[in-house]
Design a protein around this ligand. Structure first.
Ligand code: NIG
Ligand code: FE
Length: 416
């Protein structure tokens, strides 16, 4: 048992069983001031006011060493980062300089840079090296308050390398305290050898990669980069159809570079989420309104690439739910810091701190298919929590940006 007491404010309580917050429910964040929280095993067992009678009984019964004094601190649900590519072989800061000098993301991609650059390095790296690098990235994001993370393949682009990436993700699942979901993203870019033969590459993804990924049960979800210069709606249609035959639910990259039709094809295949969404208009919002698919915005990528920002306010005001994720990857978002995403949610997308928190916690959990188990302060859910540095209120989290404001992260009931 672990007793966290004297909490200035316990924030993000959900006891109505809601697994997603849509539209006007997005700003709803329940909290208790001057609170305690009890953890039994890996779960949240109880919480309440410090004045409650049962708190005093607990305080006497539980050994001092199993108590945490959170005086002056907030306790929040740990972040659920529903979109990352954090298994990668090398950073790409040289391209970053090219971008500063004026080359666009698409121009860099056309020259064999970008995703293809990572794919080349992926062939050369050993599985162990790849694993070790990813472990240190996971350690880094845990310190910044992340408790659950989705990780994609997609820097392999050959059957062998895609499987290598997914096997690394499986090892991470087995060895990490984080909750991890894996997405197969064979259709992330067309490899150089298939230039001008895109359909043949899509055939390879469908006929060889998907069956092997499924046979080893290496992925929870299937992803496609459905956008201008990458994969077409027709390619996406074929790949999602094939993935679904093996029980792989889609979670796709859509509408980052154009009104690509990606959102609509995602909705058609009942995708769990459609992600990026810089190019979202009325037709896309309409399609999403009639679906269970959660739109997911990746502020880090739009910021880093100097792209237009997705119309987050308009989407929420239209009644949509919204998740936000880091997109942690070496090309377009080299940061897995969800506190920064919270700040961007407010500064760049005009979300209130409460809406931002819901986008990064409960709705992020929904976008990973795990909101029954995490994403809020709920009795019976996993004790995945953040104890913040001393601060007065939730608004300080996005406001005081650029430094780590997490004092401790608790995952599965254990201090990390
Ligand atoms: O989510 N948009 C596509 N894929 C990644 C970029 C990966 C890369 O450039 O390495 C993204 O931003
Ligand atoms: Fe991505």
């Amino acid at each position: 048992m672990l007793l966290v007491h004297s909490i200035k404010e316990l924030i993000g309580i959900e006891e109505d069983g809601r697994l997603i917050l849509r539209g006007s429910a997005m700003p709803e964040v329940r909290s208790i001031t001057d609170a305690f929280l009890l953890i039994e095993g890996d779960r949240i067992a109880d919480y309440g006011k410090m004045t409650a009678k049962r708190y005093h009984e607990l305080k006497l019964r539980i050994p001092e060493t199993d108590q945490i004094d959170a005086t002056g601190r907030l306790v929040l649900p740990a972040f659920c980062d529903s979109h990352t590519h954090l298994v990668y072989p090398a950073t790409r800061e040289i391209e970053y300089v090219d971008k500063i000098k004026g080359l666009s993301y698409e121009e860099i991609a056309k020259r064999g840079g970008g995703i293809l650059n990572s794919a080349k390095r992926m062939q050369e790296i050993t599985e162990d090296e790849l694993f070790d690098q990813a472990v240190s990235r996971l350690d880094e994001i845990v310190k910044m308050g992340t408790g659950a993370v989705e990780i994609k393949s997609g820097y392999g682009l050959t059957t062998e390398s895609e499987l290598k990436m997914l096997r690394v993700i499986r090892r991470l699942k087995e060895s990490s305290a984080l909750q991890i979901k894996a997405s197969f993203l064979g259709a992330h870019a067309v490899p150089l050898e298939y230039r001008g033969k895109q359909t043949e590459y899509v055939d390879l993804v469908i006929n060889e990669m998907i069956p092997m990924v499924a046979a080893e049960e290496l992925a929870d979800y299937i992803d496609v980069f459905c956008d201008k210069g990458f994969f077409t709606v027709e390619d996406t249609d074929r790949i999602l159809n094939a993935g679904m035959k093996y029980g792989l639910k889609p979670k796709i990259h859509a509408n980052e570079l154009d009104y690509s039709g990606g959102i609509q094809v995602g909705v058609k295949y009942d995708a769990l989420s459609v992600d990026h969404l810089e190019y979202t208009g009325d037709a896309e919002i309409e399609a999403l309104l009639n679906s269970d698919t959660i739109p997911t915005i990746l502020p880090g990528a739009a910021f880093f690439l100097n792209m237009p920002y997705a119309p987050a306010r308009k989407m929420i005001d239209a009644g949509l739910p919204l998740a936000m994720a880091s997109d942690f990857n070496p090309g377009s978002s080299p940061s897995g810091n969800m506190q920064l995403i919270l700040s961007m949610a407010s500064i760049l997308y005009r979300l209130t701190p409460e809406e931002g928190l819901n986008a990064c916690c409960l709705n992020g959990a929904y976008a990973m298919g795990i909101s029954e188990d995490t994403g809020s302060i709920t009795k019976g859910k996993l004790a995945n929590l953040i104890i913040t540095e001393k601060m007065d209120n939730l608004a300080y989290m996005p406001y005081y940006y650029g430094v780590n404001k997490v004092f401790k992260t608790i995952l599965n009931g254990k201090l990390q």
